[in-house]
Design a protein around this ligand. Structure first.
Ligand SMILES: Cc1cc2nc3c(=O)[nH]c(=O)nc-3n(C[C@H](O)[C@H](O)[C@H](O)COP(=O)(O)OP(=O)(O)OC[C@H]3O[C@@H](n4cnc5c(N)ncnc54)[C@H](O)[C@@H]3O)c2cc1C
Length: 555
């Protein structure tokens, strides 16, 4: 029963797990008041996501969390882990997908890829979000969301007292997971490859040292391919604990094993799973019949590859698994969700500040849905290649390399001043070179004798980076920002403000010493001028108007 109380908040977040917490954190970084409601009593209690991509760690770095996350990661996992495929831990190595997770990353990023368990990451996100003033309410379920012309009214139930109250918000972020009640309520449909398997995760601890089996190959993630099962281990730094995912049972390489899908027993290990059966599977995956192990928990879940057909309904935005669900192969689910939240946060903030046009919020769907769809396809391709070759390659996209997936996806939307020519959805970061729509490149610069990455300049405001002859650009940017009510941080690189530490800035951003780029608050290039322009004030005013989707201010 509604107890009659009502509270107002600019943004209500439904779901307080990985993506809800990320949204709360990023919105607070932009100074927006938020309330997140989560039906569980606290943050995640089990590891699911563990592999965090470069872009996610870059974003966490910009939210001040890189050190905390890297420290926790090193406690939990070998820092130079990787991903391989074995017959069993004791058996032969079949493939090695990533010998070292971080091979080659320093060319592109000031940070690294890492493994950290979701149940260890979420408290770090939570602490930071709360420190910045986010209100996070656990044991609270969102029962309904209704919207009108001015806002959204949500009914929230306190699960310990049963009391119901209402929350009035301008916008809702639905980070309520793959079954997203909010998505259902608004009739948003999921499309894609559908259900792939009823999978299980066996959380375990070995009572014997698995080290001798692993030899020198404790990499973090080990796919397992043998006639009994297909799945993967994620082993912690000790090599003796972690989890085993089992997606398929039986020898799916034999056509006669493949029967009616998806109810076939080989794709439904979850149904009726017992501890005894889990123990058999675990021992088969370890490859030592009587090895003493303790099973701590068994979780059942559906491996799916689907994307929502729209990410927005009026004032309601889907983020994370609510918007796209992928099999864990490639570690895309949580990463993509964190990046959704990051894309949305600055747009909500500038809209709430009254300085953006309505198109800026439209650009969330225009930018993130193509990335969601690409991610679903690429995760599906990796699932087929690593776990379910029996599905065949007919319905799979060719693999897109990991750098292009992680830091090479591009936004082709009205919130970018695109340059003429083709606009690929993804590009290798070595190719994009400051093209509008791409993630702005990392190069090292020096400020007052301190070495920092260009990425450290982004996150809060628009940023103008101009060459040493770009005084006109800088003055114009500051004037336009003042007129339009936004903040632009403006720097001359290779001039007085920032030294081009390694001499790579101009190539990385594709401009000459008289040119300039404007980087959006999410670290994506919004506009670029390769050389000087005749009337920089006019140009930059139109650019910033365009990036804010205000009117038709095309330069
Ligand atoms: C075995 C496994 C391994 C994985 N490995 C990786 C990996 O390595 N890397 C990676 O990036 N991803 C990985 N993932 C995927 C990742 O775990 C998910 O993508 C991620 O948890 C999605 O986060 P989310 O916040 O969107 O959704 P969820 O984590 O599902 O959280 C949604 C939250 O919303 C809450 N909620 C729902 N409805 C309501 C309501 N009405 N009111 C209040 N609260 C509500 C739920 O209680 C839940 O806590 C893996 C998944 C699995 C299963």
């Amino acid at each position: 029963m509604d107890d009659g109380t009502s509270e107002d908040v600019p943004v209500l977040i439904v779901g307080g797990s990985l993506v809800g917490l990320s949204a709360a954190l990023f919105l607070r970084c932009h100074g927006i008041d938020v309330l997140a409601v989560e039906r569980h009593a606290g943050t995640a209690i089990r590891a699911r996501a563990g592999h965090f991509h470069l872009r996610t760690v870059e974003i966490l770095r910009s939210a001040g969390l890189e050190d905390a996350v890297r420290r926790k990661s090193e406690e939990q996992y070998p820092p130079d882990g990787g991903i391989n495929n074995v017959e069993s831990l004791a058996g032969r190595e079949i493939a090695n997908y990533f010998p070292n997770l971080n091979a080659g990353v320093d060319e592109f990023s000031p940070t690294i890829r890492l493994f950290i368990n979701q149940d260890a990451l979420e408290p770090i996100l939570r602490a930071r979000a709360e420190k910045l003033g986010a209100r996070l309410r656990y044991g609270a379920e969102c029962m309904s969301v209704e919207q009108d012309a001015d806002g959204v009214t949500a009914v929230i139930r306190d699960l310990s007292s049963g009391a119901q109250s209402s929350v009035r918000a301008k916008y809702v972020v639905a980070a309520d997971g793959n079954r997203s009640p909010v998505r259902e309520q608004f009739g948003i449909v999921m499309r894609g490859h559908g259900l792939l398997s009823h999978s299980i995760t066996i959380y375990f601890r070995a009572l014997a040292d698995l080290g001798p089996l692993l030899k020198d190959r404790n990499q973090g993630v080990h796919y397992v391919t043998n006639p009994l099962m297909r799945g993967f281990f994620r082993l912690d730094r000790s090599g003796n604990a972690g989890f085993l995912v089992v997606n398929l049972v039986g020898d799916t390489s034999r056509p006669e094993v493949i029967a009616a899908f998806p109810s076939a027993p080989w794709a439904n290990v979850a149904e009726g799973i017992t501890e005894q059966r889990a123990l058999e599977l675990l021992r088969a995956a370890i490859g030592v019949p009587e090895i003493p192990v303790v099973i701590e928990n068994i979780a059942t879940w559906r491996a799916e590859a689907n994307c929502a057909d729209r990410f927005r309904d009026g004032r309601v935005f889907l983020a994370g698994d609510a918007a796209h669900v992928v099999p864990p192969n490639g570690g895309y689910g949580g990463n993509t969700g964190v990046q959704d939240a990051h894309n949305l946060a600055w747009k909500l903030a500038l809209t709430l500040a009254g300085v953006a046009g309505p198109g800026l919020l439209d650009s969330y769907d225009a930018e993130r849905r193509p990335v969601g769809e690409l991610t679903v396809e690429q995760a599906f391709t990796r699932y087929v290649m690593r776990v379910a070759p029996y599905l065949g390659t007919e319905n799979t996209q060719p693999i897109v390399d990991d750098f292009s997936m992680e830091i090479g996806y591009r936004y082709n939307s009205p919130a970018v001043v695109l340059e003429p020519g083709s606009q690929p959805l993804h590009e290798h970061p070595r190719e994009s070179k400051g093209r509008p729509g791409a993630r702005a490149a990392h190069v090292f610069v020096h400020r007052d004798g301190t070495r920092l990455s260009t990425l450290d300049l982004f996150g809060r405001n628009f940023v103008l980076l101009a060459g040493p002859e770009g005084h006109g650009w800088r003055a114009a940017a500051l004037a336009a920002a003042h007129d339009l009510g936004v903040t632009v941080d403006a720097y001359l690189v290779g001039g007085a403000d920032l030294a081009d530490a390694d001499g790579s800035f101009f190539e990385a951003f594709g401009i000459s010493p008289s040119g300039a780029v404007v980087v959006r608050p999410d670290g994506f290039v919004g506009w670029r001028a390769v050389t000087a322009a005749a009337a920089p004030e006019k140009v930059l005013r139109q650019v910033i108007q365009a990036l804010l989707c205000r009117g038709d201010g095309k330069p």
